[in-house]
Design a binder for this molecule. Sequence first.
Ligand code: NAP
Length: 430
Amino acid sequence: MSARPLNVGLIGLGTVGSQVAERMLSWGPQLSRRAGVELRLKKVLVRDVGKRRPIEVPSDLLTADASELLEDSSIEVLIEVAGGDEPMRSYIERAIQVGKHVITANKVVMAKHGPELLDRAADRNVDIYFEAAVGGGIPLISTFRVDLQANRIERVSAVINGTTNYVLGRMASAGLTMADAVREAQEAGYAEADPTDDIGGFDATYKLAILASIAYEIKVRPREIYREGIDGIEPVDFRYARELGYAIKLVAHTQRHTGRVEARVHPAMVPLDHPLARVEGAENAVFVEGDLVGQVLLVGQGAGGRPTASAVVGDLIDLARSIRRGVQSRPSFSFDDRVGVIPIGEVTTRAYYRLRVADRAGVVAAIGQVFAEEGVSISSFIQKDAWSHDQTAELVVTTHPSLDASLQRARERMAALEPVHAVSSYLRVF
Ligand SMILES: NC(=O)c1ccc[n+]([C@@H]2O[C@H](COP(=O)([O-])OP(=O)(O)OC[C@H]3O[C@@H](n4cnc5c(N)ncnc54)[C@H](OP(=O)(O)O)[C@@H]3O)[C@@H](O)[C@H]2O)c1
């Protein structure tokens, strides 16, 4: 074991940070033995040093002054588990600038600025580890960087947001409305007070940007990823999905094409026999396909203080070993700027439509004509419930694979037909 300890500065002592500190303070000898060097928590940056904490941290470790970490040259590693874009991006950048290694769980910073920060870190000869930024405790980044590095990654499909998976699961199993399922998720601690980031698909988009960038070694920005949230899905859609042999999931999907990649986040009907259909509650699953390895499925706790701390502290041990050996144990990143993301309209997908229509002759023919004119071939066409009080009926249509632009145009054109009261639901079929 190296005689000199490795000093660590920690930013954040919340859900994740308190578990990171707890592991370092209570399991120090075991971690240090694995790292080959004593890992010493030197300073912890928080907003409010007087706040009551779920764990005991010696008060002299706490500070609300970022310079006490960033300007302390004895701190070699900065762990950032506070979250949000600024000031965390600037803190990470400053740390790199003065030669500190960084470990972060911050998906927003890594999705928006990851490639630039990694480039800067390479220039300064320091490392950035970010296993915890995607999939909490599931080893994803290390799987791509180490275990799958002999592969050309062909596609990655994931259920990677626990909140939406919990909400969709409760709508499916208990017939709850989305509002009730979200309220229940908030009460159970699975959803934030403001759930927009999760429900709107933003969180999954950040994670997919990171995964796709790492998988293909290109710069995939969150803004380039097609994003749709789960609002608008109704309990009845789960009934139809089951009848047709599907579950409804918020899917993050990316796939390699010649010279470009596909990257999208949206709710989708997933065949019941697909592994992603069986991911329940707050669990996450990532399905990877490499040209050499074939298919690999990674499943586990995608969030929570302890699983996320497992990824952060695992990164710390790996990093400590490579610092003390004076070698980078992992390959560094290089990003190809020439590969772009395909606009959603040019991607081939399948669709499910639920329509409320006038219950009279000629409606089905009019709808069929729209599909024919858009070159979309219908896979199933079912007339379900009819309501005598307003002479309307519900139609459910699924299609064969088509250009997404044609499927979206068909939706708009059907909505404009006189006997169509509403296209109540439009989901892609996975
Ligand atoms: N929670 C999860 O399950 C999970 C899973 C994967 C990744 N992550 C990521 O991990 C990070 C932390 O998440 P969390 O759930 O632990 O957050 P959290 O519970 O809200 O804790 C945030 C911590 O950061 C501190 N902090 C926030 N802004 C600060 C600032 N400007 N200066 C100094 N300290 C600041 C807070 O200090 P005070 O305590 O004094 O307010 C708090 O201790 C985020 O990037 C998140 O996306 C979280």
